[in-house]
Design a protein around this ligand. Sequence first.
Ligand code: SF4
Length: 212
Amino acid sequence: MRNRLGLIYSKLHSHFGPQHWWPAESPFEVMVGAILTQNTSWQNVEKAIANLKKHQVLNPRKIYNLPQAKLARLIRSTGYYNLKARRLKEFLKFFINEYAASVKKISQAKSGSLRKELLMVKGIGPETADSILLYALNKPVFVIDAYTKRIFSRHKLLPPDCAYPQAQGLFMSGLKKDARLFNEYHALLVALAKAYCRKSKPKCSVCPLDFL
Ligand code: SF4
């Protein structure tokens, strides 16, 4: 599997080129984006982040101290905005209480124990936790999403209904534990799913993975 995963990566990388993820100006912005992007497009998240910046509140304590209704209004573009405002506040309570809202401090935590802590925060599931670990904190943790499962199950490299840990295990055991590689690999799979491996009518005949 190691060779096959490597081959898939090199095909995608030479086809799409580097993806420069995550599109954000700071690790904290990545954390906020990782929570807001649940069930919505990135364009909607960008609007919400721009709104937070425009109101000069893109800071852990400032967001945490905003009235819930005001925060919900500012992130309205992301959908489920009341729920996401609550989730953001739950995460910020954790970040402020456990790590004094310091990216430096949270970066020093071991990834295994930090992952468990993040998963205890209400509203943070494995994909969000791993996105924070990888893209905000540069920890070598592979992020799995619906696109990854779709691509790999279509090629019978994963069962169609596979659970998150099983899918993650495939990459974590089959690749060198390297945050830069994991960062790029996940971003390339997203690019592939959007351009070719769509939910219906995948464009297999022109896809860079047509050899699989
Ligand atoms: S579009 Fe087709 S060839 Fe490309 S990854 Fe999806 S199933 Fe595979």
